[in-house]
Unconditional design. Sequence first.
Length: 75
Amino acid sequence: MTAGDFLRPSTLRRGLSLTAQTLRLMIGVGDYEAYLEHMNSHHPDLPVLDYSAWYRNRVDARYGAGDGKVSRCPC
């Protein structure tokens, strides 16, 4: 692999995508696409949350839902 390989548009896009995902996870915002993949592969019989409900679940899990309980999985 040469230095020029790192400057290809596809490599740069992938690097930026991974950086953005890392930053979102660092501030507590999960990855909806990863959630969908997880639900489809591990819980195909359960309903999938839409983005708004999933996001609310992630915010509640990070900052507390008000009832003192912290849930780790929205399923």
